[in-house]
Design a protein around this ligand. Structure first.
Ligand SMILES: Cc1cc2nc3c(=O)[nH]c(=O)nc-3n(C[C@H](O)[C@H](O)[C@H](O)COP(=O)(O)OP(=O)(O)OC[C@H]3O[C@@H](n4cnc5c(N)ncnc54)[C@H](O)[C@@H]3O)c2cc1C
Length: 628
């Protein structure tokens, strides 16, 4: 593993879990002191904030995490085992949405990492950054300090770019945009299925564009490429690099850090004095059915993720008065947007057999090939077991439709707008500007190098299931990056062990379905391109008899088969629930630092942005502390 001095968190050397010097502690040890900062949720963002704050030996931090420590768990560490984690209670909170009327009335499983490292421990490892214009959009919504240039130092700070192995990968601006000693290792796959190059060529060919990608992590990822993954190739080679390995493991010996697992935070403790703003004084939590209280002298930092951060806020009396009173909670701070503005990326697509003799990662299910690759992985830490699918790209909506169609879409967005608040109206205008840009990444595509069951899109335990025996399959997918639809997450009970009511609002806005359908039309053409089609066999999903010819056909298929891309954001939005320093409005001593503060959706997968937000959040906390 990387040493503490090379990982940029200035930590003490690694320490065996559970020994007396370890930050991992019992309830009694945890309660034996008060903390300057209490962190709720030791996930992707929470462990980053904890590591950065405890760089100062005079600052004490306590982390309360609902899941367990899985630092040595091979299921987490082996990159290509990611499909086995969602839907298992040891790794996933196993929450579900309410039925989605605009998506076949399906109930969706909503996987969320339940362990130290949170969702960075169960995710698909794709390390992607959004476009410059995405983050500039955050700034233009009124959040000073959150544009692309402001965030570049924080992308660099969390990242180590391990050496690339070949030239399919656009990473030319390594010095300017990538980190060299951050806690999270990122690397290119050392194994690719044979049709990767064909998919990239076919995408460019059908789009009638040239490959101008310079570096997909430089604020411009318009084009098609094989992405970086959060896989360590230089330390513990071939393993998942995530918040627990990068930010916690090297710092377990810090005496000023305590981490309690299996601790479900039930509410934030607030003190109110007269007319003054309530002040946060600690957090209440439950371990093995027993309730405890821990004190924070400076701040509580809420890092429980997009589903549970609004849940904990509402359980604490911070939120929309109507929601709170229906759940039997007294309103202490009225904050109408808590739990609102929920957004997710949704995706749909197709599944194909591979042509005879062409393989995908499904070949790993074959006894002989699978065992051979397992041995290679165990001995050399290379090969498909350490190389999950990273093939992707971005295409603009404006480049796929005529000028007239684009204008019709914009007119329809305005005419049937669901935006009510000033904030939602600004977001909508931002999306219109993004859709009008012929070089903006409105739609993401993937070639998943394995079987999927798109008909089981609501059930994560079946969605990425194994192929029928002896079959090799691939799944070209298309994904909507800036949804107009909004959902919400709210408590319906004062019981903290009851999951909140998750309404993702998928395809609630008809225009979202139409934009995605244009993407599906383009993807259909890509699969028919002779460059790629020679490697593909029959389309198995949707079955060949299902037409994708008309907009109506495509929308029907999408409404039946869309899935979450697990990129939930926005339920404690910056500008609404928190200010641009991530302080919860109307309360003293409480911040939110996780993906719930994203004020608008961004193109591509969001883990790198969650790390950047956490790195910047930690700096804001330090700056405010130094001002006294
Ligand atoms: C299955 C899946 C696949 C994904 N694939 C990718 C991908 O390939 N690339 C990418 O960029 N992004 C991906 N993502 C998204 C990305 O991983 C997340 O957006 C990001 O990790 C969220 O970070 P966070 O800090 O906001 O929340 P989390 O990392 O989820 O952290 C929240 C933490 O809080 C804890 N917690 C919650 N409630 C409480 C409570 N009441 N008390 C105590 N602890 C609590 C949780 O256990 C968790 O550890 C994926 C996500 C999932 C779930």
């Amino acid at each position: 593993m990387p040493s503490a001095t090379t990982n940029g968190t200035n930590g003490h050397s690694n320490c065996v879990n559970g020994n007396s010097k370890s930050a991992l502690c019992s309830v009694d040890e945890f309660l034996a002191q008060s903390y300057d900062y209490l962190i709720v949720g030791g996930g992707t963002a929470g462990l980053c904030v904890a590591a950065r704050l405890t760089e100062d030996p005079n600052v004490t931090v306590g982390v309360l995490e609902g899941g367990e420590n899985r630092l040595d768990d091979k299921n987490v560490l082996t990159p290509s085992l990611f499909p086995t984690l969602p839907g298992r209670p040891d790794y996933d909170w196993m929450m579900e949405s309410i039925p989605q009327p605009a998506a076949g009335n399906k109930v969706y499983s909503m996987p969320r990492g339940k362990m130290l490292g949170g969702s960075s421990g169960i995710n698909y490892l794709m390390y992607v950054r959004a476009s410059r214009k995405d983050y500039d959009g955050w700034r233009d919504l009124g959040n000073e300090g959150w544009g692309w240039e402001d965030l570049v130092p924080y992308f660099q700070k969390h990242q180590t770019l391990d050496l690339p192995s070949d030239n399919l990968m656009p990473h030319a601006a390594a010095d300017k945009y990538h980190g060299i000693n951050g806690p999270i290792h990122t690397s290119f796959n050392d194994y690719r299925i044979p049709m990767e190059e064909e998919f990239i060529k076919a995408c460019y060919d059908v789009s009638k564009t040239k490959n101008t990608l310079h570096d997909a992590w430089s604020g411009d990822h318009f084009g098609f490429y094989s992405s970086l993954g959060a896989v360590d190739r230089t330390g513990n080679a071939g393993t998942r690099s995530y918040a627990a390995t990068g930010y916690l493991k090297p710092n377990l010996g810090r005496p000023n850090l305590k981490v309690l697992t299996g601790a479900l935070v039930s509410r934030i403790l607030l003190e109110t004095a007269g007319q003054q703003e309530p002040r946060v004084v600690g957090a209440e939590f439950i371990v093995s059915g027993q309730t405890y209280k821990a004190k924070a002298t400076r701040e509580v930092v809420l890092c429980a993720g997009v589903v549970q951060t609004p849940q904990v806020l509402e359980l604490s009396g911070i939120g929309n008065r109507e929601v709170l009173s229906a759940a039997g909670i007294n309103t202490i701070v009225e904050s109408p947007s808590v739990g609102a503005n929920f957004q997710d990326h949704v995706l749909g697509g197709m599944v194909f057999e591979c042509a005879p003799d062409v393989i995908s990662l499904d070949a790993l299910h074959g006894d002989e090939y699978g065992q051979k690759q397992q041995m290679i992985y165990e001995k050399e830490h290379t090969g498909p077991f350490g190389s999950p699918g990273m093939l992707m790209g971005f295409v603009s909506y404006a480049s796929l439709v005529s000028e007239q169609e684009l204008q019709n879409t914009i007119a329809e967005i305005k005419k049937n707008s669901l935006a009510k608040t000033a904030f939602e109206k600004k977001q909508e205008q931002l999306i219109i500007d993004q859709l009008s840009d012929p070089k903006f990444a409105n739609l993401q595509t993937f070639l998943i190098p394995a079987n999927m069951d798109l008909t089981a899109c609501g059930d994560q335990t079946k969605y990425l299931g194994p192929p029928p025996k002896g079959k090799n399959r691939v799944a070209p997918l298309i994904c909507l990056e800036h949804p107009l639809s909004r959902g919400s997450i709210h408590i319906t009970s004062s019981d903290p062990t009851k999951p909140p009511h998750i309404d993702p609002g998928y395809l609630r806005n008809e225009v979202d379905a139409k934009i995605l359908a244009v993407g599906l039309r383009w993807l259909d053409q890509v699969t028919k391109s002779p460059i790629l089609s020679k490697s593909l066999g029959e389309r198995v999903q949707p079955p060949p008899k299902v037409s994708l010819e008309t907009e109506e056909d495509r929308i029907k298929v999408l409404r039946e088969h869309i899935s979450t891309q697990y990129h939930l954001i926005g339920t404690a939005s910056m500008g609404e629930v928190v200010d641009e320093r991530l302080r919860v409005k109307g309360v003293k001593g409480l911040r939110v630092v996780d993906a719930s503060v994203f004020p608008a959706h961004v193109s591509g997968n969001i883990m790198s942005t969650a790390y950047a937000v956490a790195e910047k959040g930690a700096d804001l906390i330090k700056e405010d502390a130094s001002r006294g």
